[in-house]
Design a protein around this ligand. Structure first.
Ligand code: ADP
Ligand code: GN1
Ligand code: MG
Length: 373
């Protein structure tokens, strides 16, 4: 399926104003949504790399508005980085234009492509290797959110409606269970029950938003650890990537999605559940970093709701993996038939562990928030 979608890769490579001659390209990274390639060009005996992406238009139905968001946000970030004396070619994404000056390319079968400068000498992690990296990622995501608070929200298109509307995700899940189009329901009754047992909690954040108790902010919405690049030399969290889902959202969900992925002692698709748990040490480090990065911009109710943000993002993501499993693996990239189910299991294990450690999570948030004040 991936190969079919990308059959026009050569056409795309021709279209962009790349420096030098294309020598090679290969699939790259472990993102679940777009088709990502690393392209190697050669010029005067030197190699130049690019990231070429075929955007997933099944997921992002309006790629033109999506690109408008990315152009707007990266230009905004560029200005901020320059003001702060940083390096705009490494600290934010840089789109490479096509030969006719556009910032994306539409191939002859209506595939949408874009190219970014490749950020060299960086590392990107699917699992926390050094705890301080996770602290730094918290600081970077908090700071990113703080910077975005100055971005005019009305200029952003909602690239996926109801992206983190957990009750709406629950309705979609219930429908997938009812329809059972692949006949997989019989094998996942226990997992379905796990979700249904928590139905009463799904609306906790969205209800507070509706009541005006949580503010709508401009958020990243996909803050997992592999959406941030670390500088190999300094170890700093250098650049936040994967800007496809920047849109109005909840701060606690940006916090929560990072915890879901990075505070897990196992990988998102670890089949051995004895390796999966919610590390309180990592939770505390990220909380500290995130609060520092936000520089006091969060309201008291947002701070109080951080643990719930983590739980809801993890429950929602597990439910999304299970929904995709029931629907025949049509949304997330998978590499084997049970992949989505394995991912669902790690998420539910994390949720169960958060429930066991709830009092400590609340205690940590309280302590870290007091330290900031
Ligand atoms: P997806 O939406 O599928 O997750 P991403 O935009 O996150 O796609 O890209 C997938 C992976 O490609 C990232 O996790 C990262 O490893 C790598 N990547 C993306 N952009 C760059 C870049 N500009 N420079 C270097 N690596 C990148
Ligand atoms: C997807 O694109 P990627 O791999 O960074 C997904 C996120 C999920 C995540 C789970 C647009 O993120 O919402 O949390 O997988 N992105 C989209 O790993 O659905
Ligand atoms: Mg990604």
């Amino acid at each position: 399926m991936g190969a079919d979608r990308c059959q026009k890769i050569e056409e795309a490579l021709q279209a962009f104003a790349l420096d030098g001659a294309v020598k090679a390209y290969e699939r790259y990274g472990s993102g679940h949504i777009n088709d990502t390639f690393r392209v190697t060009c050669e010029k005067d005996g030197k190699e130049i790399h690019y990231i070429l992406q075929r955007m997933n238009t099944e997921v992002f139905k309006d790629p033109v508005s999506l690109m408008k968001n990315i152009i707007g946000v990266t230009s905004f970030m560029r200005k901020k980085i320059i003001e702060q004396g940083g390096d705009p070619e490494r600290e934010t994404l840089n789109l490479v234009p096509t030969k006719d000056g556009k910032l994306y390319f539409v191939d002859s079968i209506n595939g949408y492509w874009r190219v970014y400068l490749f950020i060299e000498d960086t590392a990107c992690y699917d699992l926390v290797e050094k705890p301080e990296d996770f602290y730094n990622s918290g600081k970077a995501f908090g700071h990113f959110q703080r910077l975005l608070s100055e971005y005019p929200a009305k200029e952003l298109t909602e690239t996926i409606q109801n992206f983190h509307n957990t009750p709406v995700r629950f309705e979609t899940f219930q429908k997938a269970v009812e329809e059972d189009i692949c006949g997989r329901r019989k094998d996942v009754e226990k997992e379905i029950q796990f979700v249904r047992d928590r139905a009463g909690e799904m609306g906790k954040a969205m209800d507070m938003l509706a009541e005006g108790r949580l503010p709508l902010r401009v958020t990243h919405n996909d803050t997992k650890l592999n959406n941030i690049m670390f500088d190999k030399k300094s170890g700093d969290a250098l650049c936040i990537i994967d800007l496809d889902t920047i849109m109005p959202g909840l701060s606690i969900f940006d916090f929560g999605d990072s915890i879901r992925f990075g505070a897990n002692t196992g990988a998102e698709d670890e089949p051995d559940l004895s390796k999966v748990s919610m590390s309180l040490e990592l939770f505390e480090l990220y909380t500290k970093g995130f609060l520092e990065g936000c520089q006091g911009s969060l309201t008291k109710e947002e701070v109080d709701m951080l643990p719930m943000g983590a739980k809801l993002m993890t429950l929602e993501c597990g439910m999304r993996f299970l929904t995709d499993y029931l629907q025949g693996d049509v949304y997330f990239h998978t590499t084997y038939p049970e992949h989505n189910l394995v991912r669902c299991h790690t998420q539910f294990e994390m949720v169960a562990d958060m429930e066991r450690k709830w009092a400590q999570m609340e205690e940590i948030v309280k302590r870290q928030a007091e330290n900031i004040r």
